[in-house]
Structures are given as structure tokens and as C-alpha cells.
Design a binder for this molecule. Structure first.
Ligand SMILES: [Zn+2]
Length: 76
């Protein structure tokens, strides 16, 4: 049986692309679930005492646990 040279290259290429697509899909699902479970903590840095702290949910201002100063989030 003679293998068509077109299939000789296309079938492994298609299998590789399908494998990569499925791997990316699994990775996305795992990362999405992990992020949703942990929440998305937001980092704040206090302007007066330089204390760095995080808050589980994004708010425009968060109170510093050390000195009570209100601060804006550091990263988006
Ligand atoms: Zn502070």
C-alpha cells in the first residue's frame, strides 16, 4: 500500500495541532477554576507607612491594617 505524501505530512500535523489545542483548553480550564476559587487578590501599598497588603476583592480604596490610612490599589 502506497501512502499519499500529502497525508504523510498532514495527518501528523493535524494530530499535533489537535493535541496542542486540547492541552491549551485543559490549561485554560484549570487556571480559570483555580483563579475563581482563590479569588483575585488586589495588592495595595500604604502611602504613609509603606506597608504592603492585599485585599481579596477590588475596591477603589482599602484601609491599611497597620495605620488605618486609605490607599489605592497598586496593580490592575
Ligand atoms: Zn499604613
Amino acid at each position: 500500500m502506497l501512502i499519499d505524501p500529502f497525508n504523510f505530512f498532514v495527518i501528523p500535523l493535524a494530530l499535533t495541532l489537535i493535541f496542542l489545542f486540547v492541552a491549551a483548553l485543559i490549561y485554560d480550564v484549570i487556571i480559570f477554576r483555580r483563579r475563581r476559587r482563590r479569588g483575585n487578590p488586589v495588592v495595595y501599598r500604604c502611602d504613609s507607612c509603606r506597608h504592603i497588603y492585599s485585599v481579596p476583592h477590588r475596591t477603589p480604596l482599602a484601609r491599611c491594617p497597620k495605620c488605618g490610612n486609605q490607599n489605592e490599589p497598586v496593580r490592575e
